[in-house]
Write a protein that binds this ligand. Structure first.
Ligand SMILES: Cc1cc2nc3c(=O)[nH]c(=O)nc-3n(C[C@H](O)[C@H](O)[C@H](O)COP(=O)(O)OP(=O)(O)OC[C@H]3O[C@@H](n4cnc5c(N)ncnc54)[C@H](O)[C@@H]3O)c2cc1C
Length: 279
């Protein structure tokens, strides 16, 4: 049970959503955009947040698009992980979606919710960081279309009242050679110890990680080391572990030392598959 009252809005356009958000802000009413609701409802029940209004974005057509295009594929922020997976249009994102939570929750969790939620893994960001994706945002100040990496540095950097409308993925990324590995401590469906997405573009490896540090990241320093074939696989994995952008996470899932061990082994596995042509 949610132990407080709140007002539910379901706008049918981006303009109406931003307008209601602004109106509530002026009235001093705390509001959140509501997509799958999996995190919002859990946090309301736990007393971690107490929004007095929720603005459901699932009736906004631009947030529900899932369509291929000539130059790029568009994926609306309110598409669920299972819709993205079942569409099979962007294989690397489908692989990431397929390893987040269980099937029942995948039918509810949305792309935008995963990117904007407070759970630190945000695994759907990895394929977007690797594929030169763009993102459309909309808020009280209007619309903007920007490169995904310019507003996502482990967290979505949104302006007040702004919402994620859709992401756009260039066609090259939809057919690029790719790999996805998620290592968990216990069950297959679990938070990651280490989650890795990789894409090959013009013969070079691009790679992004979640679970290792407190936020997901792509590191060009790590990529240059991993693409340097003058070193053995083990040396490259070892060097990569020294180039992490933040301290290694140590929690109930696994100690920092164990995570680093898994990190190095996962990199080794990806490099081996690349070199042997088995990925
Ligand atoms: C059982 C379970 C296992 C999980 N395991 C993993 C895992 O292994 N890896 C992982 O990455 N995640 C995992 N998650 C986290 C899950 O991905 C989040 O619950 C999810 O991110 C929330 O998505 P939602 O659509 O339900 O968002 P909501 O609960 O609707 O919203 C979450 C937050 O995002 C904001 N928001 C939602 N959509 C938008 C938008 N379009 N624009 C701006 N803000 C928006 C909301 O205001 C809210 O602050 C797991 C969740 C569950 C329930």
């Amino acid at each position: 049970m949610i132990p407080f009252n709140f007002v539910y809005y379901r706008p049918d356009s981006l303009g109406a959503a931003a307008e209601v958000y602004e109106k509530l802000r002026r009235e001093g009413v705390s509001a959140v955009y509501y997509a799958g609701g999996s995190e919002i409802i859990t946090m309301c029940r736990a007393g971690a947040i107490e929004p007095r209004a929720v603005i459901d974005i699932k009736r906004i057509p631009e947030c529900m698009i899932l369509s291929p295009g000539d130059r790029r594929m568009t994926i609306g922020s309110a598409c669920t992980l299972s819709q993205i997976g079942e569409s099979r249009m962007f294989p690397l994102l489908a692989l990431s979606c397929g390893r987040i939570a269980d099937h029942t929750n995948q039918c509810r969790i949305t792309l935008g919710g995963n990117l904007c939620g407070s759970i630190q893994y945000r695994e759907t960001s990895l394929p977007l960081l690797l594929s030169d994706a763009d993102i459309s945002l909309y808020g009280p100040e209007g619309a903007r279309d920007v490169p995904f990496h310019s507003v996502f540095d482990g967290y979505m950097r949104l302006k007040p009242g702004e919402l994620v409308v859709a992401v756009h993925v260039p066609v090259w990324a939809l057919t690029a050679q790719c790999a996805h590995m998620k290592k968990t401590a216990n069950e297959k469906i679990d938070y990651p110890l280490v989650s890795v997405a990789a894409v090959w573009r013009d013969g070079c490896l691009r790679i992004a990680f979640s679970g290792v540090c407190a936020f997901p990241f792509r590191s060009q320093a790590i990529e240059s080391v991993l693409n340097d074939r003058t070193m053995t696989r083990g040396e490259r994995a070892q060097r990569a572990a020294c180039l992490l952008p933040a301290p290694v996470t140590s929690d109930a899932e696994g100690s920092g030392e164990y995570r680093l061990f898994v990190f190095r082994n996962t990199i080794d596995e990806i490099l081996e598959g690349w070199e042997n042509g088995t990925l």
